[in-house]
Design a protein around this ligand. Structure first.
Ligand code: C2E
Ligand code: CA
Ligand code: CA
Ligand code: CA
Length: 281
């Protein structure tokens, strides 16, 4: 009976650790991902509804792991956030976005604004602003062409430090988006602080925006009205269906982003997409 107990224990023990074992391996490998060129950026356009133009695109990171294949940022960004690795990754993203902006400018004279997702952890680093200034200077990129997306929930707890950082970014003329809007708690409070340029309505509201039995439409409508009154630009994320798109057109949403127009794409494909949009206009 004693032996059996031991066995049971070891089965239970190893089972419990399968998940953390993958986490452990990934976290270890992530340290090498940058130097081994395993990270890439995909770009998803935001479409300006009244003109049909692409005024900006969002950079979304992917990890091509040699053994596990493509790993979603939803899995590895939280792992990176447990250590200083996130700061290295955000830095890598900014540098590579700058390089890409320059490529598009040189090859097609298209000055496209690119939105970057920054971790909240990065936002409370004291040297963040200096670091951004240095990178933009090194790559000779106009700060107008950089937009930083930060989620509402990530503001919690660090309010004062984040606020200082946002004010400095604003002074540099970098645009700031409040991402996943509506999922946090102090939404109205943050919007009234004059810290943001753009509000991105969370996909969870867009999913039901065309459903008459749900409250989402009323919520989306009030966010759009609020944004307009506060002189903020508004973007809807995760638009997948014609019904959702039509509802957003009715509500006079300015910009939309989602699979209905384009999935996140390789840089060359995004460029082709933008050129096609220009031709149609
Ligand atoms: P997010 O910033 O809210 O990005 C939107 C996510 O929704 C992206 O997932 C995008 O591919 C996906 N998406 C876009 N359109 C649609 C649609 O129509 N339907 C559906 N179902 N999904 C859509 P992704 O690329 O897997 O990124 C997940 C999250 O990982 C991002 O959420 C962001 O929080 C984080 N992330 C992505 N790239 C970076 C990065 O470079 N740095 C940091 N710190 N975080 C990143
Ligand atoms: Ca985002
Ligand atoms: Ca979002
Ligand atoms: Ca999100």
């Amino acid at each position: 009976a004693k032996e059996q107990g031991k066995n049971n224990y070891s089965v239970y023990h190893s089972g419990m650790n399968i998940k953390s074992y993958r986490t452990y391996l990934l976290q270890n490998d992530l340290r090498k991902a940058i130097e081994h060129n395993q990270l890439t950026l995909m770009y998803q356009p935001k479409i300006h509804l009244s003109t049909g133009k692409v005024l900006s695109a969002e950079a979304l990171i992917r990890w091509n792991h040699p053994k596990w294949g493509t790993i979603s940022p939803a899995e590895f960004i939280p792992l990176a956030e447990e250590s200083d690795l996130i700061i290295e990754i955000d830095r890598w993203v900014l540098i590579n976005v700058c390089k890409q902006i320059n490529k598009w400018k040189e090859s097609h004279n298209i000055p496209l604004r690119i939105a970057i997702n920054f971790s909240a952890q990065h936002f409370i680093q004291r040297n963040l602003i200096k670091e951004i200034e240095q990178i933009l200077k090194d790559y000779n990129v106009d700060p107008h062409l950089i937009e930083i997306e930060i989620t509402e929930t990530s503001l919690l707890g660090n309010e004062e430090a984040v606020k200082q950082t946002l004010l400095q970014l604003k002074e540099m003329n970098i645009k700031i988006t409040l991402d996943d809007y509506g999922t946090g708690y102090s939404s109205l409070h943050y919007l009234s602080n004059f810290l943001f340029d753009i509000v991105k309505i969370d996909r969870s509201f867009i999913q039901d925006v065309a459903n008459k039995e749900k409250n989402s439409r009323a919520i989306v409508e009030s966010i759009i009205t609020l944004a307009r009154n506060l002189d903020l630009n508004v973007v809807a994320e995760g638009v997948e269906t014609v019904e959702q798109l039509n509802a957003l057109i009715d509500l006079q949403c300015e910009e939309v982003q989602g699979y209905i127009f384009s999935r996140p794409q390789l840089p060359d494909n995004l460029l082709n997409y933008i050129l096609e949009c220009e031709e149609k206009n």
